[in-house]
Design a protein around this ligand. Structure first.
Ligand SMILES: Nc1ncnc2c1ncn2[C@@H]1O[C@H](COP(=O)(O)OP(=O)(O)OP(=O)(O)O)[C@@H](O)[C@H]1O
Ligand SMILES: [Mg+2]
Length: 361
């Protein structure tokens, strides 16, 4: 079970030198606007992903006038250290330098829900793929290496298409067809498992959240045109060979898993027609199902929830907290300090953030 026992944040945005010892279940961070709630959530997210959900610019993340930031955490038996200067990044787990950040996600699997990252329902296809692939990656370890190989094949194909070179193209078409079928299958299997996680108990638990959770549905779009069987290597390969002329004209491959999408429906109504509150609630339902399924697969992610009270009423918040409490995972949650939250004080720790200074209450 992933639990952060100790966390030190140094010069990350407005969090100058902060050290906390979180509770292994619920941690609530209360602050007024612009005191550092999202910054704190972003710091933990950064440690698990080696990237931010808000920016690609390191300059924004390092505290004003400083040259570097550091994040240092005790997660289970692992000591994770991440340091970024404008010149270099160094990441270590138990003093062993890491070459790639996927190791970080294994030690520190993090699921996040925040308006800053955008919700999955009615989100951009890119954001949908990122939420989906996060889950697939944890359940199916080969997925990441397939995806890296896929990106390499895609890059080569696009170079060949833009230079109008036919040599080697068939070889890369076959590679991408094989990798694409594997990625589609992993994503589809994962979504099937996720739908089965929608057990009657889960639906019952969440029915307070949304009366018609049962009629909440999602459909996977593989990124290939309808006439292609996205799970068949041969079907993808033949399509690519047949479309060569057209692809040379467009100069890049605009189909495949990098264009996949998820379509959400409520009572057969498409996601774009739903209200923002409905979109948020259904995003939470999807995300709670993902967390629940990972727990079933013995992966206990750490959950980050920024701004819990915004757009959710007290009953919905209570439903989410009860649901997560039963999963026995670690939660970091921020709030503006409304009275909507009823916190079980025996199983939680409350912190205040005041102009970037975190103190335990
Ligand atoms: N690189 C940085 N160095 C120092 N301070 C920063 C840096 N980046 C952002 N800040 C400060 O952090 C504060 C915003 O923090 P944050 O977004 O965490 O607030 P918040 O508590 O989530 O507010 P809200 O309730 O409005 O969402 C701003 O006052 C901003 O000036
Ligand atoms: Mg915020």
């Amino acid at each position: 079970m992933a639990v952060i026992y100790k966390l030190a944040i140094t010069q990350f945005r407005n969090l100058n030198h902060q050290y906390i010892e979180p509770h292994k279940h619920l941690n609530l961070f209360i602050a007024n606007n612009a005191h550092g709630k999202t910054n704190f959530i972003e710091a933990i997210y950064y440690l698990g992903h080696n990237r931010s959900f808000k920016t690609k610019s390191l300059k924004e993340l390092i505290e004003f006038e400083q040259q570097k930031f550091q994040l240092d955490a005790q997660v289970d038996d692992y000591r994770i250290k991440l340091e970024k200067t404008k010149q270099k990044t160094s990441i270590s787990i138990n003093q062993n330098r890491l070459k790639n950040s996927s190791e970080l996600s294994k030690v520190l699997p993090i699921q996040i829900i925040t308006p800053d990252k955008g919700f999955i329902v009615n989100g951009t296809p890119k954001n949908k793929r990122s939420y989906l692939d996060w889950g697939v990656f944890h359940v199916k370890p080969d997925f990441l290496s397939d995806f890296k190989k896929y990106n390499k094949a895609l890059k080569n194909i696009n170079i060949l298409l833009s230079q109008h070179k036919d040599q080697e193209l068939d070889y890369w078409f076959l590679q991408i067809a094989q990798l694409s079928a594997a990625i589609n299958q992993s994503r589809q299997d994962y979504l099937e498992q996720l739908k089965q996680t929608n057990s009657p108990e889960l639906i019952n638990d969440l029915s307070v959240l949304f009366k018609s959770v049962e009629s909440f549905n999602y459909e996977f779009k593989s990124g290939w045109p309808k006439e292609v069987d996205a799970y068949s290597v041969d079907s993808i390969y033949q399509y690519l060979l047949k479309s060569k002329g057209f692809l040379f004209k467009s100069k890049y491959l605009n189909y495949g898993p990098h264009k996949a999408n998820l379509k959400f429906y409520l009572n057969d109504q498409e996601e774009c027609f739903l209200s923002r509150g409905e979109q948020k609630t259904l995003s939470i339902v999807f995300w709670l199902t993902q967390v629940s399924m990972l727990v079933d697969n013995n992966i206990q992610p750490i959950v980050l929830i920024d701004d819990i009270s915004s757009e959710l009423d007290a009953t919905k918040i209570q439903t989410i907290l009860c649901f997560l409490k039963r999963l026995k995972i670690q939660i970091f949650m921020t709030d503006i300090g409304s009275n909507l939250l009823k916190i079980d004080v025996d199983n939680s720790r409350i912190f205040k953030i005041d102009h970037g200074v975190i103190t335990q209450q």
